[in-house]
Design a protein around this ligand. Structure first.
Ligand code: ZN
Length: 261
């Protein structure tokens, strides 16, 4: 997806709302022009949450997270729209040597270094505080590495378009994301300094603490924290270069020689 593509197809992309919860894109014939158009339906519940947090105005953590979430959702769907308008509906593209073709997640991976998601969103225990007040953020926000086998399996079991070539690793890492990352995105000063000096890489949150998950195949599709000994066979070669597993099994940056002595 290039800027030129986005401009070229701008008048063939329309936005709508979807009651089912998740955002999606449909390619159809525009009844007025007879040309193909992409209809991007944004999940209504998310949209309403974003408006609510914005109006509330006092919870920068929730506001920042939700604004990022809907912005990321829109860009994810625009990636599908451009691909659908270029190659037809239901076609997913492989980028480079990627094992999985799902251009929305591929875009998220390139923009942020992974895919943001809330863990345990139904849990009522507050995870974040703004000025000593519990933030309304639902769950703990993590950045999941892409590709993620459990997500791929979930797509396949629902019959959603996704391409796979080769074996998607059983283990993927989710990274704890500091909530300050989302709060910063609301600050003009952050864009004027960090983004201006570092460019798009400033949008990649630091990967300081990661947790490895193993996907067990077969219905129901599920992921588990890797800890049990029966998962050990899957853990070899799962720590990225420059990282190590600490005594708790968490993935952390490798300490250089002499550090901490
Ligand atoms: Zn998608």
């Amino acid at each position: 997806m290039t800027q030129a593509d986005v401009e070229r197809f701008a008048d063939q992309i329309v936005f709508d709302m979807d009651d089912s919860g998740s955002s999606c894109t449909k390619i159809e014939v525009d009844p007025k022009t007879g040309k193909p158009r992409a209809v991007i339906a944004i999940g209504k519940a998310l949209y309403e949450e974003v408006l609510e947090a914005y109006k509330n105005g006092t919870d920068a953590a929730n506001d920042g997270w939700l604004q990022m979430r809907i912005a990321s959702d829109i860009c994810h769907e625009v990636a599908h729209a451009i691909m659908g308008l270029t190659h037809g509906a239901g076609v997913e593209a492989y980028f480079g040597d990627s094992l999985v073709a799902e251009e929305g997640y591929e875009w998220e991976k390139r923009a942020f270094g992974g895919v943001f998601r809330p863990e345990w969103p139904a849990c009522k225990v507050p995870r974040y505080y703004v000025d000593s007040t519990p933030a309304a953020v639902k769950g703990m926000i993590v950045l999941g590495d892409w590709p993620c086998r459990s997500l791929v399996k979930a797509y396949q079991s629902r019959g959603w378009p996704i391409g796979v070539r080769g074996e998607v690793p059983k283990v993927h890492i989710v990274w704890h994301t500091p909530i300050a990352y989302f709060v910063n995105l609301l600050q003009g000063s952050w864009w004027a300094t960090e983004f201006a000096s570092r460019g798009p890489s400033a949008l990649h949150p630091p990967k300081i603490t990661g947790c490895r998950y193993v996907t067990r195949d077969g219905p129901p599709v599920s992921s588990v924290v890797y800890y049990t000994t029966e998962d050990e066979e899957h853990l070899a070669d799962t720590v990225p270069r420059g990282y190590e597993a600490n005594w708790r099994g968490l993935v952390v940056p490798m300490e250089g020689p002499g550090d901490g002595l």
